[in-house]
Design a protein around this ligand. Structure first.
Ligand code: NAP
Length: 274
């Protein structure tokens, strides 16, 4: 199925699913083929004005949702139990696929309310808000090849997307879901370091952004590894060698491994409680 014939329902038009919707509209989904579901009639009116697609509440929108090819669940994890309870008994199209972006809500939990249904659990990250996300998708046993292609095209409208087993979603969350914050943490520290050396604040802020953007683009363009590019910058006993020595003695690599490990463990804990 191509995106310009796709009928899509979105429950919870917040930051993440709103970004996905914008990406989909850019990629060819027709606004008249979208139905948004908000938390109240008042919020539906607001969302309709914001996104220029038809919006209603779950109570009034079930008939419209029964016609969609893809149902995106974009509410917060703590709202999911109520939404899933409201969706129980809904008749979806035989080939419809349900996609949840709710962190921690498992395929089994969603499947309890929507039995015998193709369901994908997805974990996007915040760069999806600017079309540069990295999303993991995990299917349940009912998801077929055509549905996989469709769901991948949805997340490719806001960046890159990969298929994983559900058991790997927590590790993906610990690295790539939380990852933007690690990058911002490092950028923050580099800004502080530049200021400490006496550089002007505006120059340092803009410079650190250009540093990260430029380095990422160089890595992508050269299609090599970060290790290789790092090695190319180092001259024995030069400035970069001194800087890297300081990073190694502070065990920054170990700290980052620990950050990913702790975030992964936390994602596991949260999955058990949702
Ligand atoms: N943001 C991220 O980086 C990110 C990354 C990965 C996964 N996620 C997942 O994405 C989901 C949404 O996160 P978010 O940051 O986009 O949150 P958000 O901006 O708060 O969006 C959730 C939206 O759900 C709507 N809503 C609340 N109750 C509802 C109900 N009963 N029925 C229908 N809609 C309802 C709310 O809008 P109205 O009240 O206006 O209807 C709200 O805007 C979460 O489950 C999160 O785990 C987010």
């Amino acid at each position: 199925m191509s995106l310009n014939t796709l009928k899509i329902g979105i429950v919870g038009l917040g930051n993440m699913s709103g970004a996905i919707l914008k990406g989909l509209l850019k990629a060819g989904v027709l606004p008249e083929n979208v139905v948004g579901i908000a938390s109240s009639p008042e919020r539906a009116t607001l969302r309709q004005a914001e996104y220029d697609v038809s919006c209603t509440t779950l109570e009034l929108g079930k008939e419209a949702l029964s016609q969609v090819d893809l149902l995106l669940l974009g509410v917060k994890p703590f709202v999911m139990p109520a939404v899933l309870a409201d969706l129980e008994g809904i008749t979806l199209k035989a080939e419809a696929v349900v996609v949840s972006v709710a962190a921690g809500t498992t395929l089994a939990t969603i499947g309890e309310s929507l039995p015998n249904t193709a369901i994908v659990r997805a974990m996007p990250n915040t760069p999806a808000l600017v079309g540069q996300g990295f999303t993991a998708m995990a299917p349940n046993a009912y998801v077929g090849d055509a549905q996989k292609t469709l769901v991948a095209s949805v997340f490719e409208a806001v960046g890159k997307a990969v298929w994983l087993e559900e058991g790997q979603i927590n590790a993906f969350t610990g690295l790539f879901g939380s990852g933007p914050a690690y990058v911002f943490y490092i950028m923050e520290a580099l800004v502080e370091a530049g200021l400490a050396e006496g550089l002007p604040p505006e120059l340092v802020e803009a410079g650190v952004l250009q540093l990260v953007k430029g380095s990422a683009l160089l890595l992508e363009t050269r299609a090599t590894t970060a290790s290789q590019l790092k090695a190319e910058v180092v001259t024995p006993n030069g400035t970069t060698a001194k800087g890297l020595e300081a990073l190694a003695s502070a065990k920054v690599d170990v700290a980052l491994q620990e950050a990913v490990h702790q975030a992964t463990r936390r994602a596991e804990e949260l999955s058990k409680n949702v």
